[in-house]
Design a protein around this ligand. Structure first.
Ligand SMILES: [Zn+2]
Length: 254
């Protein structure tokens, strides 16, 4: 009882602090003004954008193209550099409970592609699921928050019942490319093939480190037959291992 009371007091204190303290930019810690809901204007403009803009046959699309399914389009908003200050907001929504940041980034991912016909023909947005244990621990799925942000801009519905995750892969950073592929294998289960069959799905993830999580998720869903996949991630490892064809470095430049 005493513990529950303490927790409740802690929660009230946290809410009061959040209400009365000014919101700060998660990157430079400057106090945000009313027109800056998540990052300050300067940090937003300085983000390491990929400039892929969902262009046909960009290197991410080629990496995620697979013999077993039809590939639509692929894009990532920013590049992910391990020790960069720009990964702070990603860490905050992954490990710091700030789901609203993920929702905001989801909207930016969609706004960035609105003039590129990227979303044409897509029926459903399917976020990469978390395992039940990790969902319970975190309280939300950050990829689902990104997906909901995308949906707010595009009006394409989000589907979370189609596929589940049977286990979490251990942090990908400890593995070489081959180990990472192995680490992501067989971690998904197709729950509702009827929702996938004959549809064009947009798979959404927060960070694309090797592409193996998205490839394995698409592999599982493709069992439903006649599925087309497009892919959209917030961040992309610029050293994504590409087995075929090689990365065109020019594509990542402004
Ligand atoms: Zn800032």
């Amino acid at each position: 009882m005493a513990h529950r009371f303490k927790t409740l007091v802690g929660e009230i204190q946290k809410t009061l602090l959040q209400t009365f303290l000014p919101t700060r930019c998660p990157i430079c810690h400057k106090v945000l003004n009313d027109s800056e809901p998540a990052l300050c204007e300067q940090c937003f403009r300085s983000l390491p954008f990929t400039h892929l803009k969902g262009k046909a046959q960009n290197f991410l699309e080629r990496k995620l193209t697979h013999g077993d399914w039809k590939t639509g389009r692929a894009d990532a908003l920013i590049l992910y550099y391990d020790n960069s200050i720009f990964v702070r907001p990603i860490h905050l929504f992954k490990y710091g409970g700030q789901s609203r940041l993920a929702l905001w980034f989801g909207k930016q991912m969609a706004l960035n592609l609105l003039n590129e016909s990227f979303f044409e023909g897509i029926d459903l947005i399917v976020p990469v699921p978390l395992s039940r244990q990790r969902f319970r621990k975190r309280g939300y799925n950050q990829s689902e928050c990104l997906a909901r942000g995308i949906s707010l801009i595009t009006s394409i519905p989000v589907c979370t019942e189609m596929v589940s995750r049977t286990k979490d892969n251990i942090s990908q950073t400890h593995f070489n490319a081959l180990g990472r592929e192995e680490n992501s294998r067989n971690i998904f289960q197709l729950e509702r093939p009827d929702l996938a069959r004959g549809r064009h799905l947009l798979l959404v993830d927060d960070v694309c480190t090797t592409g193996s999580t998205l490839v394995n998720m698409a592999q599982t869903i493709s069992l439903a037959q006649d599925v087309t996949f497009s892919f959209l991630t917030l961040a992309l490892n610029p050293n994504l291992p590409v087995h075929r064809p090689p990365i065109d470095e020019e594509e990542l430049r402004v």
